[in-house]
Design a protein around this ligand. Sequence first.
Ligand code: BEZ
Length: 414
Amino acid sequence: MTRTTGHCDTLAAGAAKPKGLGASCTGAAKAPVKKNVKVASATMTELQEVQITEEKPLLPGQTPEMAKEAELAARILLDRGQTHSVETPYGAVTFTVYGTPKPKRPAILTYHDVGLNYKSCFQPLFQSGDMQEIIQNFVRVHVDAPGMEEGAPVYPVGYQYPSLDQLADTIPCILQYLNFSTIIGVGVGAGAYILSRYALNHQDTVEGLVLINIDPNAKGWMDWAAHKLTGLTSSIPEMILGHLFSQEELSGNSELIQKYRNIITHAPNLENIELYWNSYNNRRDLNFERGGDITLKCPVMLVVGDQAPHEEAVVECNSKLDPTQTSFLKMADSGGQPQLTQPGKLTEAFKYFLQGMGYMASSCMTRLSRSRTASLTSAASIDGSRSRARTLSQSSESGTLPSGPPGHTMEVSC
Ligand code: BEZ
Protein backbone atom coordinates (compact mmCIF):
# COMPACT_ATOMS: atom_id res chain seq x y z
CA MET A 1 0.00 0.00 0.00
CA THR A 2 1.40 3.39 -0.99
CA ARG A 3 1.26 6.28 1.43
CA THR A 4 1.50 9.97 0.54
CA THR A 5 1.04 13.07 2.62
CA GLY A 6 0.06 16.60 1.71
CA HIS A 7 -1.19 19.89 2.97
CA CYS A 8 -4.58 21.20 2.11
CA ASP A 9 -3.55 24.69 1.00
CA THR A 10 -0.25 23.72 -0.61
CA LEU A 11 -1.98 21.18 -2.77
CA ALA A 12 -4.92 23.38 -3.54
CA ALA A 13 -2.50 25.98 -4.90
CA GLY A 14 -1.02 23.49 -7.34
CA ALA A 15 -4.28 22.01 -8.51
CA ALA A 16 -7.13 23.62 -10.38
CA LYS A 17 -9.86 24.22 -7.81
CA PRO A 18 -12.83 22.00 -8.59
CA LYS A 19 -16.15 23.65 -9.24
CA GLY A 20 -18.17 24.34 -6.15
CA LEU A 21 -15.47 23.65 -3.60
CA GLY A 22 -15.04 26.63 -1.34
CA ALA A 23 -11.97 27.58 0.61
CA SER A 24 -13.12 25.80 3.76
CA CYS A 25 -9.63 24.53 4.45
CA THR A 26 -8.38 27.85 5.73
CA GLY A 27 -10.27 28.07 9.02
CA ALA A 28 -8.50 28.81 12.31
CA ALA A 29 -6.44 25.88 13.51
CA LYS A 30 -8.11 24.40 16.58
CA ALA A 31 -6.02 21.26 16.82
CA PRO A 32 -2.25 20.98 17.05
CA VAL A 33 -0.88 20.67 13.51
CA LYS A 34 1.60 17.85 13.22
CA LYS A 35 5.09 18.58 11.91
CA ASN A 36 6.85 16.78 9.12
CA VAL A 37 4.42 17.65 6.36
CA LYS A 38 5.62 16.60 2.95
CA VAL A 39 4.13 17.83 -0.29
CA ALA A 40 2.31 14.98 -1.99
CA SER A 41 4.62 12.87 -4.04
CA ALA A 42 1.90 11.22 -6.07
CA THR A 43 -1.25 12.50 -7.69
CA MET A 44 -4.26 10.59 -8.81
CA THR A 45 -2.97 10.59 -12.37
CA GLU A 46 -0.08 8.42 -11.20
CA LEU A 47 -2.36 5.76 -9.77
CA GLN A 48 -2.03 2.43 -11.46
CA GLU A 49 -5.18 1.13 -13.06
CA VAL A 50 -5.74 -2.55 -12.51
CA GLN A 51 -6.17 -3.86 -16.02
CA ILE A 52 -7.82 -7.21 -16.38
CA THR A 53 -8.45 -8.26 -19.94
CA GLU A 54 -12.04 -9.25 -20.52
CA GLU A 55 -11.44 -11.81 -23.28
CA LYS A 56 -9.19 -14.25 -21.46
CA PRO A 57 -9.33 -17.86 -22.70
CA LEU A 58 -10.88 -20.25 -20.21
CA LEU A 59 -8.53 -22.66 -18.47
CA PRO A 60 -9.20 -26.39 -18.93
CA GLY A 61 -12.23 -27.32 -16.82
CA GLN A 62 -13.03 -23.67 -16.07
CA THR A 63 -16.57 -22.41 -16.54
CA PRO A 64 -17.21 -18.74 -17.41
CA GLU A 65 -18.57 -18.30 -13.86
CA MET A 66 -15.33 -19.66 -12.38
CA ALA A 67 -13.32 -17.35 -14.62
CA LYS A 68 -15.40 -14.41 -13.47
CA GLU A 69 -14.88 -15.30 -9.80
CA ALA A 70 -11.12 -15.64 -10.40
CA GLU A 71 -11.11 -12.25 -12.11
CA LEU A 72 -12.91 -10.64 -9.19
CA ALA A 73 -10.50 -12.22 -6.72
CA ALA A 74 -7.55 -10.93 -8.77
CA ARG A 75 -9.07 -7.46 -8.92
CA ILE A 76 -9.50 -7.36 -5.15
CA LEU A 77 -5.98 -8.68 -4.56
CA LEU A 78 -4.30 -6.28 -6.96
CA ASP A 79 -6.16 -3.13 -5.98
CA ARG A 80 -4.80 -2.62 -2.49
CA GLY A 81 -5.58 1.06 -2.33
CA GLN A 82 -3.35 4.07 -1.86
CA THR A 83 -3.35 5.73 1.51
CA HIS A 84 -2.91 9.49 1.66
CA SER A 85 -2.80 11.93 4.50
CA VAL A 86 -3.69 15.59 4.18
CA GLU A 87 -3.21 18.33 6.74
CA THR A 88 -6.42 20.20 7.45
CA PRO A 89 -7.23 23.00 9.89
CA TYR A 90 -8.44 20.27 12.24
CA GLY A 91 -5.42 17.97 12.07
CA ALA A 92 -4.27 15.34 9.60
CA VAL A 93 -6.92 13.25 7.85
CA THR A 94 -6.08 9.91 6.28
CA PHE A 95 -7.99 8.39 3.39
CA THR A 96 -7.48 5.44 1.09
CA VAL A 97 -8.24 5.55 -2.61
CA TYR A 98 -9.20 2.48 -4.61
CA GLY A 99 -9.61 2.39 -8.39
CA THR A 100 -8.91 5.17 -10.84
CA PRO A 101 -10.89 8.37 -11.39
CA LYS A 102 -13.45 7.97 -14.17
CA PRO A 103 -14.08 11.04 -16.32
CA LYS A 104 -17.43 12.72 -15.62
CA ARG A 105 -18.17 10.38 -12.73
CA PRO A 106 -18.35 11.30 -9.08
CA ALA A 107 -16.09 9.57 -6.60
CA ILE A 108 -17.76 7.32 -4.06
CA LEU A 109 -16.63 8.75 -0.72
CA THR A 110 -17.28 6.76 2.46
CA TYR A 111 -17.26 7.83 6.10
CA HIS A 112 -17.36 5.21 8.87
CA ASP A 113 -19.07 5.12 12.25
CA VAL A 114 -17.61 5.37 15.77
CA GLY A 115 -15.57 2.37 16.94
CA LEU A 116 -14.69 1.44 13.37
CA ASN A 117 -12.40 2.54 10.58
CA TYR A 118 -12.96 2.40 6.85
CA LYS A 119 -11.93 -1.23 6.64
CA SER A 120 -13.89 -2.60 9.58
CA CYS A 121 -16.93 -0.59 8.45
CA PHE A 122 -16.90 -1.00 4.67
CA GLN A 123 -14.62 -3.85 3.58
CA PRO A 124 -17.33 -6.56 3.62
CA LEU A 125 -19.58 -4.35 1.47
CA PHE A 126 -17.00 -3.15 -1.03
CA GLN A 127 -15.38 -6.54 -1.38
CA SER A 128 -18.62 -8.45 -1.80
CA GLY A 129 -18.91 -10.22 -5.15
CA ASP A 130 -21.74 -8.25 -6.74
CA MET A 131 -20.33 -4.91 -5.63
CA GLN A 132 -17.32 -5.38 -7.93
CA GLU A 133 -19.38 -4.81 -11.02
CA ILE A 134 -20.61 -1.50 -9.61
CA ILE A 135 -17.43 -0.10 -8.12
CA GLN A 136 -15.24 -0.78 -11.12
CA ASN A 137 -17.05 2.21 -12.62
CA PHE A 138 -16.14 4.55 -9.76
CA VAL A 139 -13.08 5.65 -7.87
CA ARG A 140 -13.58 5.14 -4.12
CA VAL A 141 -12.25 7.40 -1.38
CA HIS A 142 -12.52 5.86 2.07
CA VAL A 143 -11.94 8.43 4.80
CA ASP A 144 -10.72 7.48 8.25
CA ALA A 145 -11.80 9.91 10.96
CA PRO A 146 -8.65 11.42 12.55
CA GLY A 147 -6.95 8.99 14.90
CA MET A 148 -8.93 6.00 13.58
CA GLU A 149 -6.53 4.99 10.80
CA GLU A 150 -4.54 1.79 11.29
CA GLY A 151 -1.47 2.47 13.42
CA ALA A 152 -2.71 5.91 14.53
CA PRO A 153 -0.81 7.22 17.54
CA VAL A 154 -2.89 7.97 20.62
CA TYR A 155 -3.61 11.70 20.97
CA PRO A 156 -2.14 13.40 24.02
CA VAL A 157 -4.41 14.02 27.02
CA GLY A 158 -6.35 17.24 26.45
CA TYR A 159 -6.21 17.01 22.65
CA GLN A 160 -9.11 18.94 21.20
CA TYR A 161 -10.73 16.47 18.85
CA PRO A 162 -12.79 18.03 16.02
CA SER A 163 -16.55 18.20 16.28
CA LEU A 164 -18.57 16.33 13.63
CA ASP A 165 -19.18 19.68 11.90
CA GLN A 166 -15.44 20.30 11.78
CA LEU A 167 -14.85 16.80 10.42
CA ALA A 168 -17.32 17.66 7.65
CA ASP A 169 -15.20 20.74 6.96
CA THR A 170 -12.15 18.57 6.28
CA ILE A 171 -13.82 16.92 3.27
CA PRO A 172 -13.15 19.84 0.89
CA CYS A 173 -9.44 19.43 1.71
CA ILE A 174 -9.58 15.80 0.62
CA LEU A 175 -11.42 16.64 -2.59
CA GLN A 176 -9.04 19.51 -3.40
CA TYR A 177 -6.09 17.21 -2.83
CA LEU A 178 -7.51 14.66 -5.23
CA ASN A 179 -8.89 17.30 -7.60
CA PHE A 180 -12.32 15.68 -7.50
CA SER A 181 -15.35 17.86 -7.99
CA THR A 182 -18.33 15.71 -6.98
CA ILE A 183 -19.06 12.73 -4.78
CA ILE A 184 -21.64 10.13 -3.94
CA GLY A 185 -21.35 9.80 -0.17
CA VAL A 186 -21.84 6.55 1.73
CA GLY A 187 -21.85 7.02 5.50
CA VAL A 188 -22.77 5.02 8.57
CA GLY A 189 -23.86 6.54 11.91
CA ALA A 190 -21.49 9.39 12.75
CA GLY A 191 -20.17 9.15 9.18
CA ALA A 192 -23.70 9.57 7.80
CA TYR A 193 -24.12 12.69 9.94
CA ILE A 194 -20.76 14.10 8.75
CA LEU A 195 -21.63 13.54 5.08
CA SER A 196 -25.06 15.13 5.57
CA ARG A 197 -23.50 18.18 7.17
CA TYR A 198 -21.02 18.35 4.29
CA ALA A 199 -23.89 18.09 1.79
CA LEU A 200 -25.82 20.89 3.51
CA ASN A 201 -22.76 23.14 3.19
CA HIS A 202 -21.62 22.05 -0.28
CA GLN A 203 -24.73 20.86 -2.07
CA ASP A 204 -23.31 21.42 -5.58
CA THR A 205 -20.64 18.82 -4.94
CA VAL A 206 -22.85 15.99 -3.69
CA GLU A 207 -24.65 13.94 -6.35
CA GLY A 208 -26.16 11.42 -3.95
CA LEU A 209 -26.03 10.11 -0.40
CA VAL A 210 -26.45 6.66 1.10
CA LEU A 211 -27.04 7.23 4.81
CA ILE A 212 -27.03 4.16 7.03
CA ASN A 213 -28.24 4.57 10.64
CA ILE A 214 -28.34 8.35 10.52
CA ASP A 215 -29.52 10.20 13.63
CA PRO A 216 -29.75 13.86 12.61
CA ASN A 217 -30.86 15.05 16.03
CA ALA A 218 -28.71 16.39 18.83
CA LYS A 219 -29.11 14.50 22.09
CA GLY A 220 -31.93 15.89 24.21
CA TRP A 221 -31.73 16.01 28.00
CA MET A 222 -33.51 12.66 28.30
CA ASP A 223 -30.93 11.06 25.99
CA TRP A 224 -28.16 12.62 28.06
CA ALA A 225 -29.64 11.29 31.29
CA ALA A 226 -29.89 7.80 29.78
CA HIS A 227 -26.35 8.10 28.40
CA LYS A 228 -24.98 9.13 31.80
CA LEU A 229 -26.81 6.29 33.54
CA THR A 230 -25.48 3.74 31.04
CA GLY A 231 -22.01 5.20 31.52
CA LEU A 232 -22.19 4.32 35.23
CA THR A 233 -22.47 0.62 34.54
CA SER A 234 -20.94 0.15 31.08
CA SER A 235 -17.47 0.64 29.68
CA ILE A 236 -16.90 2.85 26.62
CA PRO A 237 -16.49 -0.20 24.31
CA GLU A 238 -19.82 -1.62 25.56
CA MET A 239 -21.55 1.72 25.00
CA ILE A 240 -20.16 1.92 21.47
CA LEU A 241 -21.22 -1.68 20.79
CA GLY A 242 -24.71 -0.69 21.99
CA HIS A 243 -24.65 2.13 19.43
CA LEU A 244 -23.55 -0.18 16.61
CA PHE A 245 -25.60 -3.30 17.27
CA SER A 246 -29.04 -4.20 18.63
CA GLN A 247 -29.38 -5.65 22.14
CA GLU A 248 -30.61 -8.86 20.57
CA GLU A 249 -27.46 -9.15 18.48
CA LEU A 250 -25.23 -8.36 21.44
CA SER A 251 -26.82 -10.98 23.66
CA GLY A 252 -26.77 -13.50 20.76
CA ASN A 253 -22.98 -13.01 20.72
CA SER A 254 -22.53 -14.29 17.18
CA GLU A 255 -19.10 -14.58 15.58
CA LEU A 256 -19.58 -11.13 14.09
CA ILE A 257 -20.33 -9.61 17.50
CA GLN A 258 -17.36 -11.41 19.06
CA LYS A 259 -15.14 -10.08 16.28
CA TYR A 260 -16.27 -6.47 16.68
CA ARG A 261 -16.29 -6.63 20.47
CA ASN A 262 -12.70 -7.85 20.28
CA ILE A 263 -11.68 -5.14 17.77
CA ILE A 264 -13.14 -2.33 19.88
CA THR A 265 -12.21 -3.61 23.35
CA HIS A 266 -8.58 -4.19 22.36
CA ALA A 267 -8.18 -1.22 20.05
CA PRO A 268 -4.74 0.32 20.61
CA ASN A 269 -6.31 3.73 19.88
CA LEU A 270 -9.26 3.35 22.28
CA GLU A 271 -8.60 6.84 23.69
CA ASN A 272 -8.99 8.30 20.18
CA ILE A 273 -12.17 6.29 19.64
CA GLU A 274 -13.57 7.79 22.84
CA LEU A 275 -12.86 11.28 21.44
CA TYR A 276 -14.80 10.50 18.23
CA TRP A 277 -17.57 9.02 20.40
CA ASN A 278 -17.73 12.23 22.46
CA SER A 279 -17.94 14.34 19.28
CA TYR A 280 -20.79 12.14 18.08
CA ASN A 281 -22.68 12.53 21.35
CA ASN A 282 -22.15 16.30 21.27
CA ARG A 283 -23.41 16.69 17.69
CA ARG A 284 -25.69 19.57 16.84
CA ASP A 285 -29.11 19.08 15.36
CA LEU A 286 -28.99 18.97 11.56
CA ASN A 287 -32.38 20.72 11.65
CA PHE A 288 -33.80 19.01 8.58
CA GLU A 289 -37.19 20.41 7.78
CA ARG A 290 -39.52 19.08 5.11
CA GLY A 291 -40.20 21.88 2.65
CA GLY A 292 -37.77 24.15 4.52
CA ASP A 293 -34.44 25.61 3.45
CA ILE A 294 -32.34 23.16 5.45
CA THR A 295 -32.70 19.98 3.52
CA LEU A 296 -30.73 17.59 1.39
CA LYS A 297 -31.21 18.49 -2.26
CA CYS A 298 -29.60 15.41 -3.80
CA PRO A 299 -31.06 11.89 -4.06
CA VAL A 300 -30.78 10.16 -0.69
CA MET A 301 -31.08 6.49 0.22
CA LEU A 302 -31.76 6.06 3.94
CA VAL A 303 -30.92 2.60 5.25
CA VAL A 304 -31.60 0.98 8.61
CA GLY A 305 -32.03 -2.52 9.95
CA ASP A 306 -35.53 -3.17 11.27
CA GLN A 307 -34.18 -4.05 14.74
CA ALA A 308 -31.37 -1.52 14.69
CA PRO A 309 -30.76 0.86 17.59
CA HIS A 310 -31.35 3.85 15.29
CA GLU A 311 -34.52 2.68 13.58
CA GLU A 312 -36.75 5.40 15.06
CA ALA A 313 -34.24 8.14 14.27
CA VAL A 314 -34.01 7.07 10.63
CA VAL A 315 -37.80 6.84 10.31
CA GLU A 316 -38.07 10.37 11.68
CA CYS A 317 -35.31 11.56 9.37
CA ASN A 318 -37.23 10.10 6.41
CA SER A 319 -40.27 12.12 7.46
CA LYS A 320 -38.25 15.34 7.35
CA LEU A 321 -36.54 14.92 3.98
CA ASP A 322 -37.92 15.67 0.54
CA PRO A 323 -39.98 12.58 -0.40
CA THR A 324 -39.27 13.09 -4.10
CA GLN A 325 -35.54 12.76 -3.44
CA THR A 326 -35.49 10.16 -0.70
CA SER A 327 -35.71 6.37 -0.73
CA PHE A 328 -36.01 4.51 2.54
CA LEU A 329 -34.62 1.01 2.79
CA LYS A 330 -35.59 -0.84 5.93
CA MET A 331 -33.80 -4.17 6.00
CA ALA A 332 -35.22 -7.18 7.78
CA ASP A 333 -32.93 -9.39 9.84
CA SER A 334 -29.90 -7.26 9.24
CA GLY A 335 -29.27 -6.00 12.78
CA GLY A 336 -27.44 -2.76 13.42
CA GLN A 337 -24.91 -2.93 10.60
CA PRO A 338 -26.57 -3.95 7.33
CA GLN A 339 -23.39 -3.26 5.37
CA LEU A 340 -21.70 -6.02 7.38
CA THR A 341 -24.53 -8.51 7.62
CA GLN A 342 -26.38 -8.03 4.31
CA PRO A 343 -23.82 -6.71 1.79
CA GLY A 344 -25.60 -8.46 -1.11
CA LYS A 345 -28.99 -6.84 -0.44
CA LEU A 346 -27.41 -3.47 0.17
CA THR A 347 -25.40 -3.75 -3.04
CA GLU A 348 -28.56 -4.44 -4.97
CA ALA A 349 -30.34 -1.41 -3.50
CA PHE A 350 -27.24 0.68 -4.19
CA LYS A 351 -27.32 -0.45 -7.81
CA TYR A 352 -30.91 0.78 -8.20
CA PHE A 353 -30.02 4.00 -6.45
CA LEU A 354 -27.19 4.62 -8.91
CA GLN A 355 -29.39 3.68 -11.84
CA GLY A 356 -31.99 6.16 -10.62
CA MET A 357 -29.27 8.81 -10.75
CA GLY A 358 -28.47 7.91 -14.36
CA TYR A 359 -25.40 5.79 -13.67
CA MET A 360 -24.99 2.10 -14.29
CA ALA A 361 -27.07 1.51 -17.39
CA SER A 362 -28.19 -2.09 -17.28
CA SER A 363 -25.90 -2.95 -20.22
CA CYS A 364 -23.00 -2.52 -17.75
CA MET A 365 -24.72 -4.63 -15.16
CA THR A 366 -25.14 -7.91 -16.93
CA ARG A 367 -24.16 -10.34 -14.21
CA LEU A 368 -25.83 -8.49 -11.36
CA SER A 369 -29.05 -7.92 -13.25
CA ARG A 370 -29.31 -11.46 -14.46
CA SER A 371 -28.34 -13.17 -11.23
CA ARG A 372 -30.61 -11.30 -8.89
CA THR A 373 -33.67 -10.43 -10.89
CA ALA A 374 -36.81 -10.24 -8.79
CA SER A 375 -35.09 -10.73 -5.46
CA LEU A 376 -35.99 -7.30 -4.12
CA THR A 377 -39.51 -6.19 -3.54
CA SER A 378 -40.71 -2.88 -2.31
CA ALA A 379 -43.77 -1.20 -1.01
CA ALA A 380 -44.01 2.22 -2.58
CA SER A 381 -45.01 4.83 -0.04
CA ILE A 382 -46.65 8.00 -1.27
CA ASP A 383 -48.10 10.31 1.36
CA GLY A 384 -48.54 7.43 3.72
CA SER A 385 -50.62 5.26 1.39
CA ARG A 386 -48.90 2.09 0.30
CA SER A 387 -49.20 0.08 -2.82
CA ARG A 388 -47.83 -3.38 -2.26
CA ALA A 389 -44.96 -5.26 -3.72
CA ARG A 390 -43.56 -3.17 -6.50
CA THR A 391 -40.67 -5.12 -7.90
CA LEU A 392 -37.62 -2.92 -8.13
CA SER A 393 -35.31 -5.25 -9.95
CA GLN A 394 -36.74 -4.84 -13.41
CA SER A 395 -33.58 -5.46 -15.37
CA SER A 396 -33.62 -4.02 -18.82
CA GLU A 397 -31.60 -5.86 -21.41
CA SER A 398 -32.22 -3.02 -23.83
CA GLY A 399 -29.78 -0.77 -22.04
CA THR A 400 -32.26 1.84 -20.83
CA LEU A 401 -32.11 3.09 -17.27
CA PRO A 402 -34.76 1.12 -15.48
CA SER A 403 -35.00 2.71 -12.08
CA GLY A 404 -37.82 4.97 -11.09
CA PRO A 405 -37.34 8.18 -9.14
CA PRO A 406 -36.58 8.12 -5.43
CA GLY A 407 -39.39 8.44 -2.93
CA HIS A 408 -39.97 4.82 -2.05
CA THR A 409 -39.94 2.71 1.02
CA MET A 410 -38.24 -0.57 0.29
CA GLU A 411 -38.66 -3.28 2.85
CA VAL A 412 -36.10 -5.88 2.04
CA SER A 413 -36.67 -9.24 3.60
CA CYS A 414 -33.91 -11.74 3.54
C1 BEZ B 1 -12.82 -0.82 -2.25
O1 BEZ B 1 -12.50 -1.50 -3.23
O2 BEZ B 1 -13.41 0.25 -2.36
C2 BEZ B 1 -12.43 -1.32 -0.89
C3 BEZ B 1 -11.50 -2.32 -0.77
C4 BEZ B 1 -11.15 -2.77 0.50
C5 BEZ B 1 -11.74 -2.21 1.63
C6 BEZ B 1 -12.70 -1.21 1.49
C7 BEZ B 1 -13.04 -0.78 0.23
